[in-house]
Ligand binder design. Structure first.
Ligand code: ACO
Length: 330
């Protein structure tokens, strides 16, 4: 039995300066501000410019998280990057960030659990610290979704944005930190949300059209149904595992894919709106960066108090879902 907790020591985020509003999208595809707000809750999203590699966002978020943890890059033992939009298949995003921030003592690898990737990465990192193998782990969720969006398809292009969020994980007093986590995958539902890479099937081609083989495609209503059900189940599972009730939870930080998904899950759980962090009106869907970017916003505006019970929850491609319950101890 270990006599310490594993908790978040620092948070950071990066959102590109360039902003795409619903009004801008009205000029690009057959859509309206009214439709986007009513069906998704989104108002704007941040986009990388074409000449900037996506990992630069992660490096910036990482620097801020390390500073917030009062550490230096040389203190980091391992970097895990969650991404479904890597700049290269190799080198990994984690190696690109390691080089950029000069984290010379760190091992580095990427994970891909789509939008659930940050919850997966945090759960992996926790094990390394619990066993005593590492002391400080940097986790970055780095997503450049604008690079894989079909900008002529109103079904998807209104939904996504670019961003990176980061945390540093380390030892904390034993009454704080991560208490429970839950991960699940449903490969049998994976065909509902796809981004082809090194292999393109005939089905992939037909769904997208010529010249657009590598754009994101989803069956929106199938993913929607999965999302509402799985987010509620994931929250319930960690709450039960921690032997507490939903009323004991101070803040839920969910993946930000659609306000109607968040509201649907909240209704199933019987949770009031003021206990849920919502940032998608400013960011759109930023995949696995949603949770750490929202976490950083809540941390920096002082909404998280020492001792608060916080649940992080996400779903996404794979299909995957997962949750983490922690006691805020920063
Ligand atoms: N503007 C105007 N009309 C639109 C737009 C748009 N941007 N997009 C779709 N429509 C139209 C459709 O063509 C359809 O018209 P029709 O009735 O004439 O055929 C109508 O609006 C309704 O379309 P639906 O697809 O039924 O709209 P819905 O209310 O389901 O919203 C949405 C679509 C927003 C995609 C929703 O299904 C959703 O959020 N699904 C979940 C998406 C998600 O969470 N994805 C996870 C991605 S995670 C990752 O790994 C990146």
């Amino acid at each position: 039995m270990v006599d310490f907790g594993v908790g978040i020591l620092g948070t950071g985020k990066y959102l590109p300066d360039k902003i795409l509003t619903n009004g801008d999208l009205e000029k690009m595809v057959d859509t309206s501000d009214e439709w986007i707000v009513r069906r998704t809750g989104m108002k704007k999203r941040h986009l990388l410019d074409d000449n900037t590699p996506s990992y630069m966002m992660g490096a910036e978020a990482a620097r801020l998280a390390i500073e917030d943890a009062s550490l230096t890059p040389m203190d980091i033992d391992l970097i895990i990057v969650s991404t479904e939009t890597p700049d290269y298949l190799t080198p990994s995003m984690s190696c690109l960030i390691q080089k950029d921030i000069n984290a010379e003592n760190a091992a580095a690898f990427d994970v891909n659990a789509a939008c659930t990737g940050f919850v997966y990465a945090l759960t992996i990192a926790r094990q390394f610290i619990q066993t005593g193998y590492y002391n400080h782990i940097l986790i970055v969720a780095n997503e450049g979704l604008s690079r894989i969006v079909d900008w002529e398809s109103r079904n998807t292009c209104v939904l996504f944005g670019d961003a990176a969020g980061a945390v540093v994980l380390g030892k904390v007093d034993k009454e704080y930190g991560i208490r429970e986590s839950y991960l699940a995958s449903f490969g049998n539902l994976g065909h509902n949300l796809t981004i082809p890479c090194c292999y393109i099937s005939e089905e992939d081609r037909q769904k997208r059209g010529a010249g657009k083989e590598r754009v994101i495609w989803q069956d929106g209503s199938e993913v929607f149904t999965f999302a509402v059900r799985s987010m509620a189940e994931c929250v319930k599972t960690v709450v039960e595992k921690a032997n507490i009730t939903i009323e004991d939870v101070d803040l839920i930080i969910p993946h930000q894919a659609n306000l109607r998904i968040i509201n649907g899950a909240a209704k199933r759980l019987g949770v009031e709106d003021d206990k849920i962090s919502v940032i998608l009106q400013e960011t759109g869907n930023i995949s696995s960066a949603s949770v750490p970017v929202a976490l950083d916003m809540e941390n920096k505006k002082g909404r998280l108090k020492k001792g608060d019970t916080v649940v992080l929850v996400a779903f996404g491609g794979g299909l995957t879902c997962g949750s983490i319950l922690l006691t805020w101890g920063k």
